[in-house]
Design a protein around this ligand. Structure first.
Ligand code: ATP
Ligand code: MG
Length: 560
């Protein structure tokens, strides 16, 4: 992205006009449709949360907060086959980490009895029936958009028979798939969802909360609106693909005559170079394409937390993305820009060398160590300092030296001068190579009068980072990069699989050397390796082997 464009986005901030959801809420408060705002975040605990969920969390909690309301978390736990406590715990953990507090922790399973009772009421009203057709037959008989469906031969069962069969379904008398409960609406409705949608199916997998108490489970369209209604949710916000479900959401609520929650849809978040579907992310984890849900390459909240992203950067991102009514794809560089913006302001700086070549200072007294002071964060030059040792033998980056440089090269070169950041100006005198012609050592002289703070300041065009070899701490560095090579993973050719586009270079593991102060860092936030990028200490770290993940480079330099 161009810098001017980014500036524009950055400055959008507070003064912006209301988004369409804010307009709706303000109107609802004005007309008195609602007295206060209650939103919900309704994850299914069948995987870890990803950045799309983060967007939804920021939206639901953010809107409630803005209008003095509250937000519930509600686990949509209606399919025991795919759900687990591990997922429930991770979801709660991620929301807390983002910095949001829910008013109530609820589960669709809290409402199983109420939902069952309402289903019985629907049967009594002649609005639901037990169908013995297989799922396959039900699908076939639904018809198409241009062709009405064929009513089930069981559609006209008596209320008594339906009540008995539904009770027996609940009692476990029938096998999975043998019977379902369907709403009796209209087999010719142009909205396919109205062609007698399934309300309940049989499933004998034990549920992570209700165990074996239930063997029938409500379907999304029946459970979701009714759960919203029970909780008194005023604004039920979901993604665009649910707009065709909205009439059905309303229909159930209206038939039952219960509190009317309203559903609103916004465009789901799509990001370049990423997939965001729990099903796909689960597949990557299960088949070891990545090292788990919290692999720092994953677009999961726990993955990017491990990578060094901050809650602040994600909230900033959610804010900049805004709410759209039409599907779009957001450039990953916007997310990277947000984390740079946040870390630039508050992360501590350290020097590390990741591709070292040795520099020896001629004339430096053997064993002499001088300590230089450097600010932990240049944004606060008078703030906390770190101490950097210099002893005449240092590593610099291999690419900070060129033997035959082009014209505008200001880093180290034969006969040229550079400043070792925070320390002396050095001048390259001689290059030592091995038998293969690889540079093994660069011999330099130094200017003792160029010591920072020691008399007149002399400036040179190039400043490079370095570490004292004797004092350096060894690191393992994981150069985390984009997980996929394709920007628009939503429109890859039909004969291809998304896994065909995994980036083989998404994580290069290398060694590195750091100035000693890095080991003392207690900030808990990603640090800046000067001139290289932001890096975050990984949970795999041990005292002997500190491991750092690259959060993001300093500039947008991804090679397409
Ligand atoms: P996935 O397709 O990844 O499994 P989902 O929509 O099935 O996602 P849920 O657990 O049902 O996942 O979603 C919880 C909430 O998060 C829903 O309100 C859903 O609309 C929202 N959500 C999910 N993905 C996105 C996304 N990419 N952008 C915005 N909101 C999302
Ligand atoms: Mg879902």
């Amino acid at each position: 992205m161009e810098d001017s464009k980014k500036e524009e986005i950055k400055n959008e901030g507070e003064g912006r006009s209301l988004n369409f959801l804010e307009e709706i809420i303000e109107d609802d408060l004005k007309t008195g449709r609602v007295k206060s705002v209650l939103t919900r975040f309704p994850p299914e605990p069948n995987g870890y949360l990803h950045l799309g969920h983060a967007k939804s969390i920021c939206l639901n909690f953010g809107l409630a907060k803005k209008y003095g309301g509250k937000t519930n978390i509600r686990f949509d736990d209606t399919n025991p086959t795919k759900e687990s406590v591990e997922y429930v715990d991770s979801i709660k953990n991620d929301i807390k980490w983002l910095g949001f507090e829910w008013a109530n922790e609820r589960y669709a399973s809290d409402y199983f009895q109420q939902l069952y009772d309402w289903a019985v009421e629907m049967i009594k009203k002649g609005l639901a029936y037990v169908d013995d057709q297989t799922l396959e037959e039900i699908r076939e008989n639904r018809g198409t958009v241009s062709k009405p469906g064929t009513p089930s031969p069981y559609r006209d069962r008596s209320v008594e028979e339906n009540l008995k069969l539904f009770r027996e379904m609940k009692e476990g008398k029938y096998k999975e798939g043998e019977k379902v409960l369907r709403a009796k609406i209209d087999m010719a409705n142009p909205n396919m969802l109205f062609r007698d949608p399934i309300m309940y199916r049989i499933n004998f997998t034990p549920h992570h909360r209700t165990g074996t108490k239930w063997c029938i489970y409500p379907m999304y369209d029946y459970a979701h609106g009714e759960s919203d209604s029970i909780e008194g949710i005023t604004h039920s916000i979901c993604t665009l693909e649910f707009d065709v479900h909205r009439p059905l959401y309303n229909w159930f609520i209206e038939q039952l005559g219960i509190f009317h929650s309203h559903q609103y849809e916004f465009a789901r978040l799509n990001l370049t170079y990423t997939v965001m579907s729990k099903r796909k992310l689960l597949e990557l984890v299960k088949n070891n394409y990545v090292r788990g849900w919290d692999d720092p390459r994953m677009p999961t909240i726990c993955g990017i937390r491990r990578r060094g992203y901050t809650p602040e950067s994600l909230k900033m991102f959610a804010d900049k993305v805004g709410v759209a009514k039409r599907d779009n794809i957001i450039d990953l560089s916007l997310l990277e820009w947000c984390v740079r913006e946040d870390l630039n302001a508050r992360s501590n700086r350290y020097m590390t060398v990741l591709d070292p070549v040795m520099v020896e200072i001629e004339g430096w007294e053997q064993g002499k160590v001088e300590w230089f002071e450097a600010p932990l964060n240049p944004a606060a030059p008078d703030g906390p300092k770190r101490k950097v040792p210099f002893d005449g033998t240092v590593y610099i980056e291999r690419d900070d030296f060129m033997e035959n440089p082009p014209k505008k090269y200001f880093r180290l070169q034969p006969g040229g001068e550079v400043r070792l950041k925070y320390a002396y100006i050095i001048k390259c005198k001689e290059v030592v190579k091995d038998a293969d012609g690889k540079i093994t050592k660069i011999i330099c002289t130094y200017d003792p009068t160029s010591k920072p703070g020691g008399g007149a300041w002399r400036s040179v065009k190039g400043t490079i980072h370095w570490v004292s070899i004797a004092a350096a701490k060894k690191l393992e560095v994981r150069l985390v990069d984009r997980l996929f090579t394709e920007p628009d993973m939503g429109s890859i050719p039909e004969d291809k699989d998304y896994k065909d586009y995994l980036n083989p270079d998404s994580m290069k593991v290398i060694g590195g050397y750091a100035e000693p102060a890095l080991s003392e860092d207690k900030s808990g936030v990603a640090v800046q390796f000067e001139r290289l990028g932001y890096f975050f200490k990984d949970t795999d770290s041990t005292t002997e082997n500190p491991v750092y993940n690259r959060t993001v480079t300093l500039r947008d330099n991804f090679k397409k």
